[in-house]
Design a protein around this ligand. Structure first.
Ligand code: ZN
Length: 349
């Protein structure tokens, strides 16, 4: 079968591989649509270390092709979405409520990390009964595919931010995850949502997803403007959706004492992230920093699909470009360099 791989650090391309076969609890899925993620670029740049001919991609929908003998809930032909994170549900970490960390830190992240990903004609899914979800007939593939990572991670950012109903929220960086965090903050009942970025199209989309105010950090100081919008108080919750030291520090600066900083940014570079000591209340201002990796699992996917089915959120406006699988090299380069205002490229198989 045809796959799109990371050949080595900084190198991508197509490769032929054998079609995977399922173990007793697993499934093999025939890919129908996938999305490229910024973290695929991080991986190719070496964020998780060297990899050789690793199939990229972790956001996909497809049709069940083959299931193992012990799989009960799915059969060939079922239209499914699989979470970007596919935990081992028997692991102690999963049983303690931290399934994304099953086995080891970030251990639920298998696709395009510790095994081949979804940029292939077929891909393998562990623990199929717990990691696949049927897509309702009224939800199209190009919407369901957003449940895998963008909705799951973005809404987790808002869930982890512990937003009081009517509370104030600042979202740092309005890429697809930040935009879904804005949508999540609205769903969680925030009273004031501030979106921060420097790309006009993203600021506009943030307002569409529920931001009451936006700050263009090329024109205004993000911290000062956020403090002004909150009457000097700071926000109840700040969401860091970039993975940069500066936005992480700013998130801490604008959070009021007792508030929560929710980090979903992927800090893929540098040895340290820094906490501004005084703005952190010298460690005593009851500012909570929460972190998380995209939640996976059937229940999570089913809840997200329900939101899409009911029209609570429409992630499809994030799809700025569409490509066929054989155009993958071009799509990957455009996403890597963020050309032509790209937000999410959808790949059709
Ligand atoms: Zn992703």
């Amino acid at each position: 079968m045809k796959t799109f791989v990371m050949k080595a650090i900084g190198q991508v391309g197509f490769a032929e591989k054998p079609t995977p076969r399922p173990g007793p609890l697993d499934a093999v899925v025939k890919t129908t649509m996938a999305l490229i993620c910024t973290s695929d670029s991080h991986t190719v740049r070496g964020a998780i270390g060297p990899r050789q001919n690793l199939t990229l991609g972790h956001e996909a929908v497809g049709l069940v092709h083959e299931v193992g003998a012990e799989v009960r809930g799915f059969k060939p032909g079922d239209r499914i979405v699989v979470g970007a994170i596919t935990p081992d549900w028997g692991e102690p970490a999963s049983q303690s409520g931290h399934s994304s960390q099953s086995g080891q830190a970030l251990g639920g992240w298998k696709f395009a990390n510790i095994k081949d990903g979804v940029f292939a004609e077929y891909f393998h899914v562990n623990d199929a009964d717990a990691n696949l979800a049927l897509i309702p007939s009224s939800v199209p593939d190009d919407a369901a595919v957003y449940c895998a990572d963008m909705l799951s991670t973005g809404l987790m950012a808002a869930e982890n931010a512990d937003i009081p109903i009517g509370g104030t929220v600042a979202v740092f960086a309005l890429g697809p995850i930040g935009l879904m965090a804005v949508a999540g903050a609205k769903l969680r009942g925030a009273g004031l949502i501030i979106g921060i970025d420097n790309i006009p199209k993203r600021l506009e989309l943030a307002r569409k997803f529920g931001a009451d105010a936006t700050i263009d950090f090329n024109r205004q100081d993000a911290v000062a403007a956020t403090m002004q919008l909150t009457g000097g108080a700071g926000v109840d919750s700040a969401i860091e959706a970039l993975g940069a030291d500066i936005t992480f520090q700013n998130a801490i600066k604008v959070t009021k004492p007792g508030g929560t900083i929710s980090n979903v940014g992927y800090h893929g570079e540098g040895e340290f992230v820094h906490i501004p000591r005084l703005d952190w209340g010298v460690g005593m201002a009851e500012k909570t920093i929460r972190t998380g990796l995209c939640p996976g699992g059937r229940l999570r996917m089913e809840r997200l699909l329900r939101l899409v089915e009911r029209g609570r959120v429409d992630p499809t406006v994030l799809t700025t470009h569409r490509f066929r699988f054989d155009e993958m090299a071009k799509a990957f380069e455009m996403m890597d360099k963020k050309l032509d205002g790209i937000i999410k490229p959808l790949i059709l198989f």
